[in-house]
Design a protein around this ligand. Structure first.
Ligand code: PGA
Length: 258
Protein backbone atom coordinates (compact mmCIF):
# COMPACT_ATOMS: atom_id res chain seq x y z
CA UNK A 1 0.00 0.00 0.00
CA UNK A 2 1.61 3.22 -1.08
CA UNK A 3 -1.20 5.50 -0.01
CA UNK A 4 -0.55 6.96 3.44
CA UNK A 5 -4.19 8.07 3.77
CA UNK A 6 -5.22 4.52 4.60
CA UNK A 7 -4.19 2.58 7.69
CA UNK A 8 -3.61 -1.13 7.23
CA UNK A 9 -6.35 -3.29 8.71
CA UNK A 10 -5.85 -6.92 9.67
CA UNK A 11 -9.13 -8.58 10.64
CA UNK A 12 -9.48 -12.12 11.92
CA UNK A 13 -12.66 -13.90 10.84
CA UNK A 14 -12.98 -16.74 13.32
CA UNK A 15 -16.05 -18.14 11.52
CA UNK A 16 -17.88 -20.84 13.56
CA UNK A 17 -14.85 -21.61 15.71
CA UNK A 18 -14.02 -21.06 19.39
CA UNK A 19 -16.33 -21.31 22.39
CA UNK A 20 -16.52 -18.29 24.66
CA UNK A 21 -13.71 -19.58 26.87
CA UNK A 22 -11.51 -20.67 23.95
CA UNK A 23 -12.09 -17.22 22.48
CA UNK A 24 -10.91 -15.58 25.68
CA UNK A 25 -7.68 -17.59 25.53
CA UNK A 26 -7.00 -16.58 21.93
CA UNK A 27 -7.96 -12.94 22.54
CA UNK A 28 -5.71 -12.83 25.60
CA UNK A 29 -2.69 -14.00 23.62
CA UNK A 30 -3.41 -11.47 20.89
CA UNK A 31 -3.83 -8.62 23.35
CA UNK A 32 -0.59 -9.52 25.12
CA UNK A 33 1.32 -8.81 21.90
CA UNK A 34 -0.76 -6.17 20.18
CA UNK A 35 -2.52 -4.12 22.86
CA UNK A 36 -0.31 -1.09 22.49
CA UNK A 37 0.47 -0.87 18.82
CA UNK A 38 -1.43 1.73 16.84
CA UNK A 39 0.33 1.44 13.44
CA UNK A 40 -2.18 -1.10 12.12
CA UNK A 41 -5.89 -1.58 12.89
CA UNK A 42 -6.10 -5.08 14.39
CA UNK A 43 -9.61 -6.53 14.66
CA UNK A 44 -10.91 -9.90 15.82
CA UNK A 45 -14.35 -11.18 14.77
CA UNK A 46 -15.40 -14.03 17.08
CA UNK A 47 -18.76 -15.79 16.81
CA UNK A 48 -21.69 -14.04 18.56
CA UNK A 49 -21.43 -16.32 21.58
CA UNK A 50 -17.86 -15.20 22.28
CA UNK A 51 -18.30 -11.47 21.65
CA UNK A 52 -19.04 -10.44 25.19
CA UNK A 53 -16.24 -12.43 26.79
CA UNK A 54 -13.75 -11.25 24.15
CA UNK A 55 -14.92 -7.63 24.55
CA UNK A 56 -13.84 -7.80 28.18
CA UNK A 57 -10.39 -9.03 27.18
CA UNK A 58 -9.99 -6.28 24.59
CA UNK A 59 -11.11 -3.49 26.91
CA UNK A 60 -8.49 -0.74 27.10
CA UNK A 61 -6.40 -2.29 24.30
CA UNK A 62 -6.00 -1.20 20.70
CA UNK A 63 -7.33 -4.49 19.40
CA UNK A 64 -10.88 -3.93 18.17
CA UNK A 65 -13.93 -6.16 18.03
CA UNK A 66 -16.07 -7.12 15.05
CA UNK A 67 -19.03 -9.43 14.44
CA UNK A 68 -19.46 -11.79 11.49
CA UNK A 69 -23.04 -10.93 10.57
CA UNK A 70 -26.15 -9.12 11.79
CA UNK A 71 -29.81 -8.56 10.94
CA UNK A 72 -30.66 -5.14 9.52
CA UNK A 73 -33.25 -4.12 12.13
CA UNK A 74 -32.74 -2.60 15.58
CA UNK A 75 -35.10 -5.01 17.37
CA UNK A 76 -38.24 -7.05 16.93
CA UNK A 77 -39.70 -10.45 16.09
CA UNK A 78 -36.75 -11.94 14.20
CA UNK A 79 -36.12 -15.18 16.04
CA UNK A 80 -32.48 -16.18 16.13
CA UNK A 81 -31.13 -12.91 14.77
CA UNK A 82 -28.82 -10.29 16.27
CA UNK A 83 -29.18 -6.55 15.74
CA UNK A 84 -26.63 -3.79 15.14
CA UNK A 85 -27.73 -2.14 18.39
CA UNK A 86 -26.90 -5.35 20.26
CA UNK A 87 -23.47 -5.49 18.63
CA UNK A 88 -22.72 -1.88 19.53
CA UNK A 89 -23.72 -2.58 23.12
CA UNK A 90 -20.93 -5.19 23.22
CA UNK A 91 -18.44 -2.62 21.88
CA UNK A 92 -18.21 -4.03 18.39
CA UNK A 93 -16.76 -1.52 15.93
CA UNK A 94 -16.89 -3.67 12.81
CA UNK A 95 -19.21 -6.20 11.22
CA UNK A 96 -18.44 -8.55 8.33
CA UNK A 97 -21.30 -8.51 5.82
CA UNK A 98 -21.97 -10.52 2.70
CA UNK A 99 -19.28 -13.10 3.29
CA UNK A 100 -19.32 -15.68 0.48
CA UNK A 101 -20.31 -18.39 2.95
CA UNK A 102 -23.42 -16.38 3.82
CA UNK A 103 -24.13 -15.72 0.16
CA UNK A 104 -23.78 -19.40 -0.65
CA UNK A 105 -25.24 -21.28 2.35
CA UNK A 106 -27.78 -18.70 3.50
CA UNK A 107 -28.69 -17.34 0.08
CA UNK A 108 -28.01 -13.73 0.99
CA UNK A 109 -28.68 -11.42 -1.93
CA UNK A 110 -27.00 -8.13 -2.76
CA UNK A 111 -30.26 -6.33 -1.85
CA UNK A 112 -30.37 -7.94 1.62
CA UNK A 113 -26.68 -7.27 2.16
CA UNK A 114 -27.32 -3.65 1.16
CA UNK A 115 -29.94 -3.34 3.92
CA UNK A 116 -27.37 -4.65 6.36
CA UNK A 117 -24.65 -2.22 5.20
CA UNK A 118 -27.04 0.70 5.68
CA UNK A 119 -28.21 -0.51 9.08
CA UNK A 120 -24.61 -1.03 10.22
CA UNK A 121 -23.65 2.52 9.23
CA UNK A 122 -26.71 3.91 11.01
CA UNK A 123 -25.50 2.21 14.18
CA UNK A 124 -21.91 3.43 13.71
CA UNK A 125 -20.64 -0.05 12.92
CA UNK A 126 -18.04 -0.18 10.17
CA UNK A 127 -19.21 -2.73 7.59
CA UNK A 128 -16.63 -5.04 6.04
CA UNK A 129 -18.46 -5.77 2.81
CA UNK A 130 -17.17 -8.96 1.16
CA UNK A 131 -17.15 -9.42 -2.59
CA UNK A 132 -15.57 -12.06 -4.78
CA UNK A 133 -15.98 -14.35 -7.73
CA UNK A 134 -16.30 -18.13 -7.85
CA UNK A 135 -13.87 -20.25 -9.84
CA UNK A 136 -16.49 -20.71 -12.56
CA UNK A 137 -16.97 -16.98 -12.84
CA UNK A 138 -13.23 -16.35 -13.04
CA UNK A 139 -12.82 -19.00 -15.72
CA UNK A 140 -15.66 -17.44 -17.69
CA UNK A 141 -13.86 -14.08 -17.47
CA UNK A 142 -16.64 -12.61 -15.40
CA UNK A 143 -14.64 -11.54 -12.35
CA UNK A 144 -14.93 -7.79 -12.79
CA UNK A 145 -18.56 -7.98 -13.82
CA UNK A 146 -19.44 -9.98 -10.70
CA UNK A 147 -17.53 -7.62 -8.43
CA UNK A 148 -19.19 -4.57 -9.97
CA UNK A 149 -22.64 -6.07 -9.46
CA UNK A 150 -21.86 -6.96 -5.84
CA UNK A 151 -20.50 -3.47 -5.17
CA UNK A 152 -23.28 -1.51 -6.83
CA UNK A 153 -25.90 -3.76 -5.18
CA UNK A 154 -24.29 -3.79 -1.74
CA UNK A 155 -23.60 -0.06 -1.70
CA UNK A 156 -26.82 1.20 -3.32
CA UNK A 157 -28.34 4.30 -1.78
CA UNK A 158 -25.49 5.06 0.60
CA UNK A 159 -24.76 8.77 0.89
CA UNK A 160 -21.28 9.76 -0.08
CA UNK A 161 -20.71 11.54 3.25
CA UNK A 162 -21.36 8.28 5.14
CA UNK A 163 -19.21 6.05 2.96
CA UNK A 164 -15.68 6.46 4.30
CA UNK A 165 -15.95 4.03 7.23
CA UNK A 166 -16.91 1.23 4.84
CA UNK A 167 -14.29 -1.46 4.31
CA UNK A 168 -14.36 -3.76 1.28
CA UNK A 169 -12.90 -7.26 1.40
CA UNK A 170 -12.05 -8.87 -1.91
CA UNK A 171 -12.23 -12.61 -1.34
CA UNK A 172 -12.04 -14.81 -4.41
CA UNK A 173 -14.29 -17.69 -3.40
CA UNK A 174 -11.88 -20.25 -4.86
CA UNK A 175 -9.13 -19.01 -2.53
CA UNK A 176 -11.09 -19.22 0.74
CA UNK A 177 -9.89 -22.01 2.97
CA UNK A 178 -8.37 -23.82 0.02
CA UNK A 179 -4.72 -22.86 0.41
CA UNK A 180 -4.91 -21.29 -3.05
CA UNK A 181 -4.13 -17.59 -2.99
CA UNK A 182 -4.59 -15.11 -5.77
CA UNK A 183 -1.17 -13.95 -6.91
CA UNK A 184 -0.38 -10.42 -5.74
CA UNK A 185 -0.79 -9.23 -9.34
CA UNK A 186 -4.19 -10.90 -9.73
CA UNK A 187 -5.37 -9.44 -6.46
CA UNK A 188 -4.04 -5.98 -7.27
CA UNK A 189 -5.84 -5.97 -10.59
CA UNK A 190 -9.17 -6.60 -8.88
CA UNK A 191 -8.43 -4.20 -6.01
CA UNK A 192 -7.66 -1.42 -8.49
CA UNK A 193 -10.92 -2.17 -10.31
CA UNK A 194 -12.77 -2.05 -6.99
CA UNK A 195 -11.28 1.35 -6.17
CA UNK A 196 -12.26 2.63 -9.59
CA UNK A 197 -15.79 1.40 -9.06
CA UNK A 198 -15.90 3.05 -5.61
CA UNK A 199 -14.85 6.32 -7.25
CA UNK A 200 -17.73 6.04 -9.67
CA UNK A 201 -20.25 5.07 -6.95
CA UNK A 202 -19.03 7.75 -4.49
CA UNK A 203 -16.15 9.97 -5.62
CA UNK A 204 -12.39 9.76 -5.93
CA UNK A 205 -11.59 11.16 -2.53
CA UNK A 206 -13.88 8.70 -0.76
CA UNK A 207 -12.48 5.86 -2.88
CA UNK A 208 -8.98 6.88 -1.77
CA UNK A 209 -10.02 6.60 1.88
CA UNK A 210 -11.89 3.28 1.75
CA UNK A 211 -9.76 0.32 2.78
CA UNK A 212 -9.83 -2.71 0.53
CA UNK A 213 -8.71 -5.95 2.20
CA UNK A 214 -7.63 -9.13 0.50
CA UNK A 215 -8.98 -12.41 1.86
CA UNK A 216 -8.46 -16.03 0.87
CA UNK A 217 -5.71 -18.19 2.37
CA UNK A 218 -3.70 -15.17 3.45
CA UNK A 219 -0.99 -16.19 5.92
CA UNK A 220 2.39 -14.96 7.13
CA UNK A 221 4.14 -16.73 4.22
CA UNK A 222 2.29 -14.81 1.50
CA UNK A 223 1.15 -11.63 3.23
CA UNK A 224 4.13 -9.41 2.57
CA UNK A 225 3.88 -9.47 -1.21
CA UNK A 226 0.12 -9.01 -1.10
CA UNK A 227 0.40 -6.04 1.26
CA UNK A 228 3.02 -4.46 -1.02
CA UNK A 229 0.39 -3.95 -3.70
CA UNK A 230 -0.75 -0.34 -3.95
CA UNK A 231 -4.46 -1.07 -3.52
CA UNK A 232 -4.26 -3.81 -0.88
CA UNK A 233 -4.85 -2.22 2.50
CA UNK A 234 -4.90 -5.27 4.73
CA UNK A 235 -6.38 -8.71 5.05
CA UNK A 236 -9.47 -10.58 6.15
CA UNK A 237 -7.97 -13.69 7.64
CA UNK A 238 -9.76 -16.97 8.30
CA UNK A 239 -7.62 -20.02 9.10
CA UNK A 240 -4.50 -18.07 10.06
CA UNK A 241 -6.52 -15.96 12.55
CA UNK A 242 -7.32 -18.99 14.71
CA UNK A 243 -3.77 -19.17 16.06
CA UNK A 244 -2.44 -16.20 17.99
CA UNK A 245 1.05 -16.66 16.54
CA UNK A 246 0.07 -16.34 12.87
CA UNK A 247 -2.43 -13.54 13.49
CA UNK A 248 0.15 -11.54 15.44
CA UNK A 249 2.74 -12.20 12.73
CA UNK A 250 0.35 -10.87 10.08
CA UNK A 251 -0.13 -7.65 12.04
CA UNK A 252 3.65 -7.37 12.48
CA UNK A 253 4.23 -7.84 8.74
CA UNK A 254 1.80 -4.98 8.05
CA UNK A 255 3.46 -2.81 10.73
CA UNK A 256 6.85 -3.21 9.09
CA UNK A 257 5.44 -1.53 5.99
CA UNK A 258 4.16 1.55 7.78
P1 PGA B 1 -9.22 -18.18 4.85
O1 PGA B 1 -10.65 -17.44 5.02
O2 PGA B 1 -8.17 -17.19 5.29
O3 PGA B 1 -9.30 -19.36 5.76
O4 PGA B 1 -9.08 -18.53 3.42
C1 PGA B 1 -10.81 -16.09 4.71
C2 PGA B 1 -12.27 -15.68 4.89
O5 PGA B 1 -13.15 -16.48 4.53
O6 PGA B 1 -12.56 -14.58 5.37
Amino acid sequence: MSNAIRKYLIAGNWKMNKTASEGVDLANEIVLSLAHQTDVSAVICPPFTALESCAKVLEGSNVQLGAQNMYPKAEGAFTGEVSPVMLRSLFCNFVILGHSERREYFKESDAFINEKVKAALESSLKPILCVGETLEEREADKTLEVIKTQLSGGLAGIDVENAEPIVIAYEPVWAIGTGKTATPEMAQEVHAAIRKELASIFNESVADHIRILYGGSMKPENASELLDQPDIDGGLIGGAALKAKSFIELVEIARQKV
